[in-house]
Structure formats: structure tokens, C-alpha cells
Design a protein. Structure first.
Length: 384
């Protein structure tokens, strides 16, 4: 999808002798690489759980009259907040106040280019709930439309249309068939993933639907992360008996737990980690892969240590799904002929040549190699 910023849909002509208010420019302040909030990069679980703050520009220009309160509301459509009968707490309300999005004061002019609202309240105006929004009828994939409501000194509520904020809380499908193959100081982790959706909306595999909740034949997958235990520093040493409780305690977020028993050789369950918390980075090995990746070589591991890994799928909104853990694997040194030769006391490498020589040259080379082999064998016998 083409990347574009959501901008002001219309100037907000507020009741009251030409007073005007505007809100525009929804931009992520930190976190996601894509700064704009738009259909290609909607608000998601990562924005919500990390308390990402979305920046807006808010302007109010009165005609000399002052306002007592300026507040941002969210509705199901651009015009949802226009009538008092459709605003919360009215029965069957379709417009709700956003918590902590209020300006108080006797002002006739107001401008703020850094007006910030937490992403969780843009997704769920009433509750700020990342996993299951409490605002009625919004679901996990939808668009909220923001409006400015201004209460004047005379107690008149003024309102106007504003901008759409798309959100997507549905995680991608789960990677399957996780395998891990040890190397020297490394592990090659491989997985399988459904590359495209069936075209039929399926609540259990959220990449079947787009940011408006419609069925789609394309996936919103962004890539994969590989996480391995033990982590890069501190905390869990790979076995339950060695878990540093201070490092790994309190990280359990229901529905986002690394699951499964990897077997007694690893010491029990994979550690419980919040997929959206600070501990995620301790277990992540390397950056996020591309969406079409099916394997990753994890380097920088210690030979002789036992590891197990999980694969996390991430979509364009930052929603994540974790696989079951791999089997336990132990990186081992890979010793070739010359490493063994030198470790047994050999000197410089024997040069091999394919250059033609006189008759009998091949026989002489064979005799030389036989002598070397016999000397190595004798050395081993004396050591034993």
C-alpha cells in the first residue's frame, strides 16, 4: 500500500461567531520506524503496550470569546460526534471522550504543535485496553475518527469533524515446524509460515483481514524475529534451576507467553516473556527478517552451551505471535584436517599441486603422505 499521512479532513467551523478549531498530523514520536499513522502503518499492539505517544497539532482561534475546556473525542464516523444524542454517555453512543486529552483554561487563542495522546486511548477511548478494547463495537480492527469538542464560557458545546486513526490489534499467524541445527558458535533456525491468506476472514489468523476488517488475499506480515534462551546478558541460563527471578519475574502477559516444554535436557519450560516488553530485546538475536524469510543463522553463541529458540512473527502494525520452542541444540566446534594436523604438532600446511611431474611423482607424493600419517599415529600412541 502507498504510504501517506492522514491529514485534516476539514476545517472545524465551531458554533460561536466564527470560532475555529483544527487537529492534524498524527505522528508517532518514537518506536515504530514509520513515523506516520496511516492505513499502511496503523496503530497496533506494540504502539499500545509500549505506551507510544502520538503527536498532533491542535489550534483554536476564537473571536474574543474564551473556552473552558477543549477535548478530543473519538467516534465511529467523521460526523459521529456532531450531535449530543450520539455522544457518551447517551444510550447507544457512537462517540466517546478520550482520556487525558483535555485542555482547560480561559483562552481565546490556543496553539499546540506537540499535543500528545497515548496510542492506547486512540484505540480504546474509554478504557485504553490493548488486548480487548472496552469501547463498544470497535473490535480489534477498525478506524476511529477524532473530533474536537469545545465548551465555551456560556456552556455551549461546539464540535467539528476531524481525522481518521486506523488501528489493528490482530496478530499474524503463528510460525510452525521450528527446527534448529547447531554449528560452530551458531545455530541455524528454520520455520514454516503460510505465505498468503485464503481470502476468507478468519479470526484465528488475523493476517486474513486488512485494517478495515475486510477479507483479503494478501498478508500484512512484516517479518520475523528469532529469540533464543539463554539471553544475551544476565537472567535465565537456560534451565529452570538457574533462572534469575529478578530478571525474568513479572513478565507474563496473558496471550503473549512463550509456550511449551522443550524437554528435560533444557531444564523445563521456555522462560515467560512479554512479547512487547523490555525483555524482548534480551532474547532477540539479530534484527527483524524480511516477510519472505524462512530461516536465520544465529551467530555469536558459545560452543558447549545449550540453547533453544522461538520464532516471532510481526505484522505491519507491530502485532506479534510466538511459535513453540525448538528442540535443545548445542553449538560445537568444527575441526577440519589442518586444525587436527596442527593440534597434533604439525608444522606448515603441506602444499598440494596438480602440476604434472615426472613419472613416479605421484608415487613419491603418496609415500610422503604415508610417512606423515605414520608419524602422527606414532605420536598419538606415545601420548596415550
Amino acid at each position: 500500500m502507498r504510504r501517506r499521512a492522514w491529514t485534516l479532513a476539514a476545517s472545524l467551523a465551531l458554533a460561536g461567531a466564527g470560532a475555529e478549531a483544527q487537529i492534524s498530523n498524527p505522528i508517532r514520536t518514537v518506536g515504530m520506524q514509520q513515523a506516520n499513522v496511516n492505513a499502511a502503518h496503523p496503530l497496533g499492539r506494540l504502539d499500545c503496550e509500549s505506551r507510544e505517544r502520538i503527536n498532533f497539532q491542535v489550534t483554536y482561534a476564537g473571536d474574543g470569546s474564551t473556552f473552558n475546556m477543549l477535548q478530543v473525542w473519538a467516534g465511529t464516523q467523521a460526523t459521529s460526534c456532531m450531535e449530543m444524542s450520539t455522544r457518551h454517555p447517551a444510550t447507544n453512543a457512537v462517540c466517546w471522550p478520550i482520556a487525558a486529552a483535555v485542555v482547560n483554561g480561559q483562552q481565546s487563542m490556543y496553539f499546540n504543535s506537540n499535543f500528545q495522546i497515548e496510542a492506547r486511548y486512540l484505540i480504546d477511548p474509554l478504557g485504553g485496553n490493548c488486548a480487548a478494547p472496552t469501547t463498544p463495537s470497535r473490535g480489534t480492527i477498525n478506524t476511529n475518527y477524532l473530533s474536537l469538542l469545545v465548551t465555551s464560557g456560556a456552556g455551549v458545546v461546539m464540535t467539528g469533524m476531524s481525522i481518521g486513526i486506523p488501528f489493528d490489534l490482530d496478530p499474524p499467524a503463528t510460525p510452525t515446524d521450528i527446527t534448529a541445527r547447531p554449528g560452530e558458535g551458531s545455530i541455524e533456525v528454520a520455520w514454516r509460515y503460510r505465505s498468503s491468506a485464503s481470502g476468507v476472514a478468519d479470526a484465528s489468523t488475523v493476517d486474513d483481514v486488512d485494517t478495515t476488517g475486510n477479507a483479503t488475499a494478501t498478508t500484512d506480515l512484516a517479518g520475523f524475529w528469532v529469540l533464543c534462551d539463554p539471553p544475551t546478558s544476565g537472567g535465565d541460563a537456560g534451565a529452570d534451576a538457574s533462572v534469575d527471578a529478578s530478571a525474568d519475574a513479572g513478565l507474563d502477559v496473558p496471550g503473549n507467553v512463550f509456550g511449551g516444554d522443550a524437554g528435560t535436557s533444557c531444564g523445563g519450560d521456555f522462560p515467560t516473556i512479554d512479547l512487547y516488553g523490555a525483555q524482548f530485546g534480551r532474547y532477540a538475536r539479530g534484527g527483524r527478517t524480511s516477510a519472505n524469510a524462512s530461516s536465520l543463522q544465529v551467530d555469536g553463541l558459545t560452543n558447549g552451551n545449550t540453547y533453544r529458540c522461538v520464532v516471532v512473527a510481526e505484522d505491519i502494525a507491530g502485532n506479534r505471535t510466538v511459535s513453540a520452542p525448538s528442540a535443545c541444540v548445542t553449538p560445537v566446534p568444527v575441526t577440519d584436517f589442518w586444525e587436527r594436523y596442527r593440534s597434533d604438532g604439525g608444522g606448515a600446511p603441506v602444499a598440494c599441486s596438480a602440476r604434472p611431474g615426472p613419472r613416479g611423482g605421484s608415487r613419491a607424493a603418496l609415500v610422503t603422505l604415508s610417512v606423515v600419517a605414520a608419524a602422527l599415529a606414532a605420536r598419538r600412541r606415545r601420548r596415550s
